[in-house]
Ligand binder design. Structure first.
Ligand SMILES: *Cc1c(COP(=O)(O)O)cnc(C)c1O
Length: 365
């Protein structure tokens, strides 16, 4: 009997039967460009500050941590600016947990959440885990999403929650604030919570506005961010949101007490005190991102415009073979299951060169 047959004999919830867990491959490969991590790593100054902060926590580790993580919320508000204060901030173990908590509070049985695929693959999984129906909206042929189209779909479906991912994963492109404004207005009838997932905001081209600027006067709007990408802290698991204070009050009804460990809080606060050092490589990553787009175009491929730290590209006759060929060359990228396409994270200059050289060699065959 294999593991799946054994699973099917357990008294699992009916709505989870036959489902597959999130599973980007975690392979032991020299060059990892598959899950949009910041491959530059944590700079020495920041490492030392985090080590000191964590070590200072050890004396109090017999006690539960600050349930309200007040210092962290204050530091995150200061980082975001836009006049935000600690009451506007909530944080959890990765923005995935933040999104799950939002679904626990505002979704659930009999309610629905809407996303616009291709988009972040966790939205339907988080919906199913919380018993929330997932409604898949549609985009234009070029994966664009206009204000008119998105608002029309929200009006027609009347979801309880809307996910707008900007810059969007896996396509990499940011949406205009007109889309957020229109979706928010269209969600009035169903009182939809509109979540703008800005996990990659720090990588956007200069002048790309953040939905943070729309929070004032919009109590159903939530902007989600993470320290996993630009801050190079994916392993620390810290994500957060900015919203009206009442949204955090709603989440307090569903969060586990003390969900952010003292170690996590200390790590994140120390990292935010060193944000200049941690974010120093963002510009270098953007250079490699733009280089990938330019070189893929020169190879005759079709990269999507990217405001993130990755590039989604089409024009591949056999993406599975290209993915396997790169893996054999020691470069792991992501097959997101879209015909003719693959996605690659912008790494260091050397990693990016290895990817481009490997791809050129495969396409020449
Ligand atoms: C990577 C990513 C996140 C971040 O998840 P964490 O749980 O904060 O690591 C959130 N949203 C999108 C769209 C992402 O690609």
């Amino acid at each position: 009997m294999d593991q799946f047959e054994r699973l099917s004999q357990l008294p699992l919830r009916d709505d989870l039967r036959g489902q597959h867990p999130y599973g980007a491959p975690q392979l032991d490969v020299p060059i990892l460009l598959n899950v949009n991590e910041n491959t530059f790593g944590v700079p020495l100054d920041a490492k030392e500050a985090i080590l000191k902060a964590v070590s200072d926590e050890l004396d109090g580790l017999n006690r539960y941590p600050d349930r309200e993580f007040t210092e962290l919320r204050r530091a995150l508000a200061a980082y975001l600016g836009h006049g935000l204060v600690e009451e506007n901030i909530w944080a959890a173990n990765g923005s995935n947990e933040v999104l799950q908590q939002l679904l626990q509070a505002f979704g659930g049985p009999g309610r629905s959440a809407m996303g616009f695929p291709p988009t972040y693959s966790m939205y339907p999984l988080l919906a199913s885990g919380t018993g929330t129906a997932y409604v898949a909206g549609v985009r234009g042929d070029d994966y664009s999403l206009t204000a008119e189209s998105a608002a029309g779909q929200v009006r027609a479906q009347a979801p309880n929650i809307v996910f707008l991912c900007s810059p969007n994963n896996p396509t990499g492109t940011a949406i205009g604030l007109d889309v957020v404004e229109a979706v928010y207005a269209a969600g009035e009838a169903s009182q939809a919570i509109v979540i703008v997932d800005e996990a990659y905001a720090e990588f956007a081209h200069a002048g790309t506005p953040s939905a943070l600027s729309l929070l004032e006067g919009r109590p159903r709007l939530v902007v989600s961010r993470t320290m996993s990408k630009a801050f190079a802290l994916a392993g620390a698991r810290v994500g957060y949101l900015a919203s009206a204070p009442e949204v955090a009050d709603a989440i307090r009804l569903v969060r586990l007490p003390y969900h952010l460990s003292a170690i996590t809080q200390a790590t994140a606060v120390a990292a935010l005190r060193n944000s200049d050092a941690l974010l120093a490589n963002v510009e270098a990553i953007k250079v490699q991102r733009d280089r990938i787009v330019a070189e893929l175009l020169a190879m005759g491929l079709a990269p999507a415009p990217s405001d993130s730290n990755f590039v989604f590209f089409g024009g591949l006759a056999d993406p599975a073979a290209v993915w396997a060929g790169l893996l054999a060359a020691g470069v792991l990228i992501r097959d997101v299951g879209i015909p003719g396409h693959l996605r690659v994270t912008a790494g260091t200059e050397a990693e990016t060169t290895a990817f481009l050289d490997g791809l050129r060699a495969i396409l020449a065959k």
